[in-house]
Design a protein around this ligand. Structure first.
Ligand code: AMP
Ligand code: FE
Ligand code: FE
Ligand code: ZN
Length: 289
């Protein structure tokens, strides 16, 4: 961060938004417009396992006079539980990040095809139906299968699809390749980025102190404490840890367009914390308005 950059940070800031480059329903430009429409001044685009939306989002953010922080939500897994690691301001060309995201996206494609094949034994749905619900080159996920199931009238919406047909306990479910959370954090940190655990106190509860400790050793910078899925008592535990270790804490919407009820700006990150992220991130520069 250049001297004086801290004074250039303008809230409200929402650093977790998805476009149709992964499982959001809006284009990157439309996500930026929605964010501005909800009064935001600083934003990030954090599609799952891809940086392909950065350029379009940065251009749109500039025209809307918003500060743009390039970001991503990297898929990881610890003992059967999915862990999402937000990464900000990392170098998208860094070899380890590239290798991980290439492998995850590859696995997501194979996995979605296998799930489609299994589901098609019981429901009228084809791989082409599912592909039609994902933009070209998008990171494929269960939400695209959900949208295809909804379009065919098999479920009402994504929520209902996830509760049953797409649930991890469902016979149609297939796991995707995902690195362990320490590897995910290290890859982002080594690429000059700022790793933050997304929705760290969600329904599965928090990760064990041992795993969180190893993630901190690998360069974990903080927690997304402001997120609608976070729950007590895990939230309180992480709040205390963040205070004790002076970690970064963020708040965000996790907007997915019409794919989720989440609204841009429903949680926000303070100017101080945004400035700390910008001070720490060296892999890519923020795009100032
Ligand atoms: P996947 O990455 O393919 O395993 O799918 C997980 C993604 O599905 C997450 O990134 C969420 O955005 C989305 N998701 C999970 N549960 C729901 C739900 N109940 N309603 C809508 N989207 C969901
Ligand atoms: Fe998602
Ligand atoms: Fe997530
Ligand atoms: Zn997300």
């Amino acid at each position: 961060m250049e001297a004086g950059d801290e004074a250039r940070v303008h809230g409200p800031s929402d650093l977790h938004l998805h476009s149709d480059h992964s499982d959001g329903t809006d284009s990157p430009a439309a996500v930026m417009a929605a964010a501005r429409g909800h009064g935001l001044r600083t934003v990030s685009l954090t599609d799952h396992d891809t940086t392909s939306g950065w350029d379009a989002a940065a251009t749109a953010a500039a025209s809307l006079v918003m500060t743009f922080l390039p970001g991503m939500e990297l898929s990881a897994r610890h003992e059967h539980r999915s862990v999402h690691v937000l990464g900000y301001l990392f170098d998208p060309a860094a070899a380890e990040v590239r290798a991980l995201t290439d492998r995850i996206r590859d696995s997501r494609l194979t996995r979605a095809r296998t799930m489609a094949e299994r589901i098609s034994r019981d429901y009228d749905i084809t791989w082409d139906d599912i592909r039609a619900h994902a933009a070209d080159g998008a990171t494929i996920g269960r939400p695209h299968i959900a949208d295809a199931l909804a379009a065919k009238g098999h479920v009402r919406d994504r929520e209902e699809a996830f509760a049953d047909i797409l649930h991890p306990q469902s016979p149609y479910y297939v796991t995707l390749y995902a690195p362990d959370p320490v590897t995910a954090v290290a890859a982002i940190a080594d690429a000059g980025g700022v790793p933050i655990i997304a929705h760290p106190a969600g329904r599965g509860g928090i990760l064990s102190p041992r795993v969180i400790g190893r993630m901190l050793d690998a360069g974990l910078a903080g927690f997304e404490l402001g997120h609608r899925e976070n729950r007590e008592p895990g939230l309180g535990t992480l709040r205390a840890l963040a205070e004790e270790r002076d970690l970064i804490v963020t708040g965000s919407s996790d907007y997915h367009g019409s794919g989720k009820p989440n609204i841009p700006g429903e949680n926000t990150t303070t100017d101080e914390m945004v400035a700390r992220i910008i001070a720490l991130g060296t892999g890519t520069a923020p795009r100032w308005p």
